[in-house]
Structures are given as C-alpha cells and as structure tokens.
Design a protein. Structure first.
Length: 147
C-alpha cells in the first residue's frame, strides 16, 4: 500500500530485506525516515549497521519468485535484457549467481536457461557453455549427426 508520498510499502520492505539503513531507504525512495523506521519496527527487523550485509545468494533469493510449475522467475532489475543484481557495488547476472549456487563453481561462457523458459533463473535449470557442449555431443552420439 503506497504511503503519503506514493512510495509503495513493498519497495521499502525490499530495501529493508537487503539490509539497507533507514536513512538510505528514505533518501533512495524519497520518503520519510520515520515511515521507514515504523515499517522496520512492524517487521521486527534489526537496525541496520555498516556491518549488516546480506550475502549475494540472499540478495538473489529475495528477487526470485516461484512460478508454481518448477521454475523461478526474476523479479529484480534487467539490464540490456538480462536479469541483473547489484550487490556491494558490483553488477552480477542472476543466471550466473544461480549457476554458482547449483554447481559450486563459476560458470564458463554464457549462462542460459536450459529448461526452455527464457525467464527462468532456477539454479537447477541454468547451463554454461561446457554443459551445453556435452549435451550436444551426447545427443549426436545417440541420434547421429543427421538428427
């Protein structure tokens, strides 16, 4: 529900969940510190400190939504058509984060949704270049080059 200045409560909550300070949120969203402090209290969230920070994975998870059919869609920002996340001043792509979550290593090459849903960022659904090459090789071994 929008507040007095038209700032959506959900926008304030999203920044609170990122660990941002009341002052930062008020300045970024052009709302009052008092309103941000009140919402923080209602949600029983601790005061933000410089040491308060959330992990990259937590920031990523806060911007995904379960579609109910096994996929995750990105609710965060897009840059040049790619789902992105800025964390601690560094830009990341959502699919690269998802890949690292699932495989415990950095991806090689482009990371794509391998499930057929272009907007999916589910960790188990993203593939990097070596994975796609291996799948193509297996496909050719099974069905031949003519397939």
């Amino acid at each position: 529900m929008p507040g007095p200045a038209g700032v959506a409560r959900a926008d304030i909550i999203a920044l609170l969940q990122e660990g941002r300070s009341d002052r930062h949120i008020a300045a970024a969203l052009h709302t009052s510190n008092k309103r941000v402090r009140r919402i923080r209290g209602e949600l029983e969230l601790p005061e933000a400190t410089r040491a308060t920070t959330i992990t990259l994975e937590q920031a990523w998870r806060a911007r995904t939504r379960d579609t109910g059919d096994g996929h995750l869609t990105w609710t965060g920002a897009y840059r040049e058509g790619f789902p992105t996340l800025k964390h601690n001043g560094i830009n990341h792509t959502a699919r690269r984060i998802a890949f690292t979550i699932a495989h415990g290593r950095e991806p090689e090459g482009r990371v794509l949704a391998g499930c057929g849903h272009a907007t999916c960022v589910h960790p188990r659904h993203v593939t990097d270049q070596p994975m796609r090459e291996a799948l193509n090789t297996q496909y050719q071994q099974i069905f031949g080059a003519a397939a």
